[in-house]
Design a protein around this ligand. Structure first.
Ligand code: M6R
Length: 612
């Protein structure tokens, strides 16, 4: 939902800002803009469409300056256009602002400012910030911003600069993320750390209500009352190379292939194989809540919500605890039964998803203790949780989540085993056996990815399908949902995930030769039932892509020449979702490539959804 970069220092600000925006483009890509101050004063350049258009415009007519700010937009108010692209300026053209979020009271503020003579030229909510700060400016940008944010309602990460305050940027945060990158003689601002990894690993994460002023040699952090705030810097261990494509055509494909390592890194150091224990130091502070909880509520959105559905199975089966799964966006709008005996587990790759954060806060307000599973150290969610089980997937750039998902699944596996041991529902021996299975996973994932079967061939036909139905049962039903989400978000082919047993209650009517059917048929508890569901599809002329356990001869007997079998290595049913999802990710990827889609930046989407 919009990416922001700011720079003050001795480098060419344009280069640093464009480089940072490139790494943030996954957050929004319908228009982009930059403003820098040089001896010639404040100059601004904006373009509709992808960042590349702005880069081209700057190549034709270069800008330079030693401080500046930039933005890549995901439109909320006002259609994507050059006029509505950020940065927005005040009436004098000497002050500019970039914004991520929504100013909810912008109409009232706009009417007041227009009444006072300010001229608005865009349809955005953001422009009101430029004029409001202009109206309050009396020589100190920090002071004007501090007074302005007191009048704003909504959510915002803002960065501003004023031509008459050299080498100074002022930023404010309520809601969407903003970090300050620290380095010798220079400072950076960005929506996330991945944008700045080539420049620094040291970051200060801004909190809600923070206002920060940066110059090349200083950073001043204050609260809404203007009182100084002390905040520790954090060192981020992500490798900048992880945020590059590394020879792959798309980030998504690279991230699919990084999954064995992401899973290995997430398991690493947490598996006490010898003693049959799980060690999650980050949750030590929440041990009492984990041990005493009577029920678990898992809160998430999108792909993370699918991980939560798998987590429900694992927690119920291994720890014997009732578990419910809620969409972040729905939880607050019913009457959830939550009290001090509830353990709320928020799951989020980014740790910044507005709906997940809001639901998590609500659960805690109702008395639940709250822990998180998150991929971004220092993100808002990690700061609000009593403990965070970090997934070590590294930066995930592709909008379609892949390695974050499988890392979440192993984090949930570890959490379920940990809960089982803490609560005495899982013996050491049983825990050891589970850990031994999990330890085999990275290697089996490598095997599955090295020999995925005829997926590229399948994609040629898949691209012609009007719809897809993904069928799964039990712990593989959420994998069917995830496979369908992957396909629809990057190929734009309509797809639904369905519990296979429910098909005869309605969706079976849809089956025809233009409908693609993907059936997940792992060996295990519901295998026979799943085969019956495949037979039902075939009896109605449906063509099936079956995903099954390697060496399964039974499934071969019911498939015919029109069908396709994709095999994944055998593993304990509880952990096999981590293998079954891999061909589904690849099918979505190759279908989208074949359809000529923009795989890493699908239309209308943004990686982190920081508005509700
Ligand atoms: O950062 P989060 O895990 O909280 O994000 C949640 C969803 O927005 C995200 O999973 C989204 O559904 C992805 N596009 C799925 O590929």
């Amino acid at each position: 939902m919009c990416g922001i970069v700011g720079y003050v220092g001795s480098r060419d600000a344009v280069g640093v800002i464009l480089d940072g925006l490139k790494r943030l483009e996954y957050r929004g890509y319908d228009s982009a803009g930059i403003a820098v101050v040089s001896s010639g004063g404040l100059q601004r350049r904006r373009s509709e469409g992808k960042l590349q258009n702005l880069v081209r415009s700057l190549a034709a007519e270069p800008l330079s300056g030693a401080f500046g700010l930039g933005h890549t937009r995901w439109a909320t108010h006002g259609r994507p256009s050059e006029e509505n692209a950020h940065p927005h300026q005040d009436c004098t053209g000497r002050l500019v602002v970039v914004h991520n979020g929504i100013i909810e009271n912008y109409l009232a503020l706009k009417a007041r400012l227009e009444g006072a003579g300010h001229r608005f030229v865009t349809q955005t909510d953001t422009e009101v910030v430029a004029h409001l700060v202009e109206s309050l400016y009396a020589g100190s940008l920090e002071e004007a911003v501090r007074r302005a944010v007191g009048e704003l309602e909504g959510i915002y990460a803002l960065v501003l600069m004023h031509e008459s305050e050299p080498q100074t940027l002022v930023a404010a945060r309520v809601g969407p993320p903003l970090v300050v990158g620290l380095a010798e003689g220079e400072h950076f601002l960005a929506s996330d750390v991945a944008a700045l990894l080539p420049y620094t690993r040291d970051f200060v994460f801004l909190d809600d209500g923070d206002i920060v002023t940066v110059t090349p040699g200083a950073m001043r952090l204050v609260n809404a009352a203007g009182e100084p705030v002390v905040r520790q810097a954090q060192r981020i261990l992500w490798d900048p190379i992880q945020a590059e494509k590394g020879g792959y055509r798309h980030f998504m494909l690279k991230e699919i292939h990084e999954q064995p390592q992401a899973v290995r890194d997430t398991l690493f150091g947490r598996m006490g194989l010898e003693e049959g224990e799980v060690h999650i130091e980050e949750l030590a502070g929440a041990a009492a809540s984990l041990a005493e909880a009577k029920r678990v509520v898992l809160i998430a959105c999108g792909t993370s919500w699918h991980a939560a559905l798998v987590g429900k199975f694992l927690i119920e089966q291994i720890a014997g605890l009732p578990a419910e799964v809620d969409y972040g966006s729905e939880f607050r709008y019913r009457t959830p039964i939550v009290d001090a005996s509830t353990l709320a587990v928020a799951i989020s790759q980014s740790g910044e998803t507005a709906d997940t954060l809001a639901a998590f806060r609500e659960a805690k307000r109702l008395g639940a203790s709250g822990v998180a599973i998150c991929n971004v150290q220092g993100s808002m969610l990690t700061r609000e949780a009593a403990g965070t089980l970090l997934t070590h997937a590294g930066p995930e750039i592709g909008v379609a989540s892949t390695k974050a998902f499988t890392s979440q699944l192993v984090a949930l596996a570890l959490l379920a085993l940990h809960l089982g041991r803490l609560r005495g529902t899982l013996s050491r021996d049983a825990c050891r056996r589970h850990l031994e299975s999990l330890a085999r996973l990275p290697h089996l994932m490598e095997q599955a990815l090295a020999a995925p079967g005829p997926i590229e061939e399948l994609a040629k036909a898949a691209v012609k399908a009007s719809d897809f139905l993904y069928l799964g049962r039990g712990i593989h039903y959420p994998i069917a949902l995830e496979g369908a989400l992957k396909l629809k978000e990057i190929s734009y082919i309509h797809a639904e995930g369905y519990p296979a047993g429910e098909m005869k209650h309605g969706p079976i009517a849809l089956i025809d030769e233009r409908m693609g059917i993907v059936a997940l048929c792992p060996r295990g508890r519901v295998y026979e039932k799943m085969l019956s569901n495949v037979q039902e599809v075939k009896a109605r002329g449906g063509r099936v892509i079956a995903v099954a356990t390697a060496g399964d001869s039974e499934i071969r007997r019911i498939l015919d020449a029109a069908d396709t079998l994709l095999e994944v290595p055998a593993l304990d049913e509880l952990w096999s979702p981590l293998l079954f999802v891999l061909p589904l990710q690849l099918l979505a990827y190759y279908t989208a490539v074949r359809a000529g889609r923009d795989v890493d930046q699908p239309r209308n989407l943004a990686k982190s959804v920081t508005v509700e």
